[in-house]
Design a protein around this ligand. Structure first.
Ligand code: BDP
Length: 721
């Protein structure tokens, strides 16, 4: 070794020594960092409480429990915790079910366990034979795993564990990620690299990432994953691919993660050699039944199908003069005997119908209420258009008492700045979940529709369009991880607050240092509103660039479909701006229950955040601030940019409190976001000004370029198309 390399080695050694908890971190470990607890008193207390780990019984899931607890505890406590099958020590951690563990059985927890169902768990502090026990108990092994992650989270977030009495069960049954992944590994609307599913190397090669993906999902209670794009390829239903799917299902199974596939409606023609895919044709039904048998022979616990039919050019039952219930029921019958479900999407709007696009799903689906089989859930996007930065809740929620409606949120940020934007989406999800439909009077929230308590749905579900790809940090933008996390936590318990979820995530992902946690949490909690402000304030929507949906494009018009253009939605003219969805316009408000319809339909009462969604408003209309609408628009756009600059300041002030690798990652992306925010603000204001003919208020920053310049921008090869 020459002198230079000795020096280098010494430097390397010194830098590892001094970096301590600020070691380089690439984000791969997500919120499961398991760094040693820094607070000495807490560390001491945890070490005393957990002297030994006892997981009795054996199953793949219990093995996963033991592994996770050992790994987590070793990291958090800074020393290995001995694991055994018997309680030898004082102060043990015991995890299991009454069936798997004599220690758990002896605690007589039956009454308590009854309250937590199949997937829930108890965390308790107990005494047995004079020995103090910290207990993770459940009715099923998967419940034990969920409880173990909860227990680790308590340590990760420095909670008191000396006297535990927690009972937790999910409020929603099917908590599912939707991957819009194609078989060639591109991801539709994905901004974090390529698909995780390495179809070519499957089924022989099981990437460690599959296991870590399953662990991450289990840690937040996600129990299903749809592997393929809703714009489906029938090939995934062929034998070769089913073997690959089965290999993934095997890898995920110990973590309670069921696999689902998207079913292309025309598959019987494309891969089955039939002449039709008519759902009422006995040959077609027989084909799907046989296909289902084949799928279940490979994947005995296959979850079922997700279907996009007669939507944006996808085939469906209407091609044969049948309706959505006919199509869904045929597939439902094929999987019913095996415990499968069908998630049938309500995201439909006609190619030739001139009616307001916002009304079409309701018009199509409401008359079918009660016509679906018991194992069908109708999957409804949070709003009636399409995952816009902000939408009022979809009027279908509450309107189909006899049909389980499941929620579809978008986690990937297709319309929210894609891979370069920090936008914490829990507040957006909560805004929809907490909205009151008034379906059964006051308090009939969307959450109660979705969790089944309002209309007594037997099946309940919630889906999130995944933001995950093969980028090292999974989600492209590090803060994208918080949206995956928040989706899972809300799917388990929608009553959690955005603030609690953000706090957990920050502590688990970075540090418990409150000087870091508090400002980052604030930054996250204001980030969604910031994006709404600089993109689509006051209820504007669908004014993004053509096709790639990245960047502003309020001028988009004259395309083959009017409802894919921006002018269709903002309707700016010399009088004002906004889509009149009241009685004098499309009357989409009438699809809501009367108290909501009345509020949204009244320009004086509609929440200002939805103003231009429901009303065409004169430029000089006085809004709540006392400003004219035009001035308010200008201030909102500017406020959005200011918020991003504030986030930059906050983040800059935290240098040194987080490892340099993640610090720089976020810093650079915030700088990109600032440019993008300015781009949105300037392009939109200059364009809308051609109608308003009013000046941008003198105290606001002036656009850096001309409207022509912004209109000439044409970003190429934007990912995710
Ligand atoms: C739109 C996306 C498109 C999806 C579609 C859907 O732009 O890529 O296929 O939603 O949800 O927002 O089916």
């Amino acid at each position: 070794m020459n002198q230079k390399s000795v020096c280098l080695l010494a430097l390397l050694f010194l830098s590892t020594l001094f970096s301590g908890s600020l070691r380089a971190e690439d984000g791969y470990k997500l919120w499961l960092q398991y760094d040693q607890v820094q607070d000495a008193t807490k560390l001491q207390a945890y070490r005393q409480t957990v002297n030994e780990l006892v997981v009795q019984g054996s199953s793949p899931t219990l093995t996963a429990v033991q592994k996770e607890l050992q790994m987590g505890l070793q990291g958090l406590l800074g020393k290995p915790v001995p694991a055994s099958k018997q309680a030898n020590q004082q102060n043990i951690l015991v995890a299991g079910t009454p069936a798997s563990s004599a220690l758990i059985k002896a605690l007589n927890l039956d009454a308590k366990l009854k309250t937590v169902g199949d997937e829930g768990y108890l965390l308790l502090t107990a005494n047995q034979n004079g020995k103090k026990q910290t207990v993770i108990a459940a009715n099923t092994d998967i419940g034990v795993l969920y409880g173990s992650f909860h227990f680790l989270r308590l340590l990760q977030t420095h909670q008191d564990i000396s006297n535990l009495s927690v009972a937790s069960a999910p409020k929603i049954k099917h908590r599912v990620l939707n991957h819009w992944d194609n078989l060639d590994r591109t991801v539709e609307r994905g901004y974090a690299g390529f698909s995780l599913w390495d179809w070519h190397r499957l089924p022989g090669y099981i990437d460690q990432r599959y296991i870590d993906y399953a662990r991450a999902n289990a840690s937040i209670g996600i129990n299903g994953t749809v592997l393929t794009n809703v714009n489906a390829n029938a090939l995934v239903l062929t034998e070769d691919y089913l073997k690959k799917v089965a290999a993934l299902a095997d890898a995920f199974r110990p973590y309670g993660l069921k696999v689902y596939l998207t079913a292309r409606f025309s598959a019987p023609i494309e891969i089955g050699g039939l002449k039709t895919a008519d759902p009422l044709d006995p040959q077609v039904q027989a084909w799907w039944n046989k296909k289902s048998d084949e799928i279940y022979s490979h994947i005995p616990d296959f979850g079922g199908f997700l279907v996009k039919a007669n939507s944006e050019g996808q085939p469906g039952p209407q091609n044969y003069g049948r309706n959505h219930a006919d199509g869904a029921n045929m597939l439902a019958d094929a999987v019913a005997g095996k415990g499968g479900i069908v998630m049938w999407r309500a995201f439909v709007y006609s190619e030739d119908e001139p009616d307001d696009r916002a009304k079409q799903a309701y018009n199509e689906f409401k008359p079918l209420d009660g016509k679906f089989r018991d194992n069908v859930l109708v999957q409804v996007k949070n709003g009636a258009i399409d995952f816009q930065p902000r939408e009022p809740f979809h009027p279908l929620f509450g309107a189909m008492p006899k049909t389980p409606l499941m929620m579809e949120f978008q986690i990937t940020q297709e319309y929210l700045g894609q891979g370069t934007t920090l936008a914490y989406l829990s507040p957006m999800y909560k805004e929809t979940l907490e909205a009151d439909t008034y379906a059964e009077g006051k308090g009939s929230t969307v959450a109660k529709v979705v969790d089944g308590t309002l209309h007594n749905y037997q099946q309940t579900g919630i889906a999130g369009v995944a933001n995950i790809g093969n980028d090292r940090n999974w989600t492209g933008h590090l803060f994208g991880q918080s949206n995956w996390y928040a989706f899972g936590r809300l799917a388990w318990n929608h009553a959690l607050s955005s603030e609690e979820i953000a706090e957990e995530w920050v502590k688990m992902t970075f540090t418990n240092d409150n000087k870091f946690v508090a400002p980052v949490k604030d930054m996250m909690l204001t980030s969604h509103e910031a994006v709404v402000n600089y993109m689509t304030p006051l209820g504007l929507h669908h004014i993004m660039g053509w096709s790639h949906h990245y960047g502003p494009g309020p001028w988009i018009k004259d395309k083959h479909r009017a409802d894919w253009t921006s002018v269709y939605y903002h309707k700016a003219d010399e009088k004002g701006i906004g889509f009149d969805r009241t009685k004098s316009g499309s009357n989409a408000v009438s699809q809501y229950f009367p108290p909501v319809a009345k509020t949204y339909g009244n320009i004086k009462k509609v929440p200002e955040k939805y103003l231009l969604w429901f009303h065409h408003v004169p430029w000089d209309y006085k809004v709540n601030s006392g400003r004219t609408l035009w001035n308010e628009l200008a201030y909102r756009y500017s406020a959005g940019v200011d918020s991003v600059r504030q986030m930059q300041k906050t983040w800059d002030s935290l240098q040194g409190k987080v490892d340099e690798e993640r610090f720089q990652h976020v810093k650079q992306l915030l700088a990109v976001q600032e440019q993008e925010a300015e781009w949105w603000r300037d392009a939109c204001l200059l364009y809308f000004q051609t109608f308003s003919k009013r000046p941008i208020p003198a105290d606001l920053e002036k656009p850096a370029h001309t409207l022509d310049y912004y209109m000439s921008l044409d970003p190429k090869f934007v990912p995710g198309i």
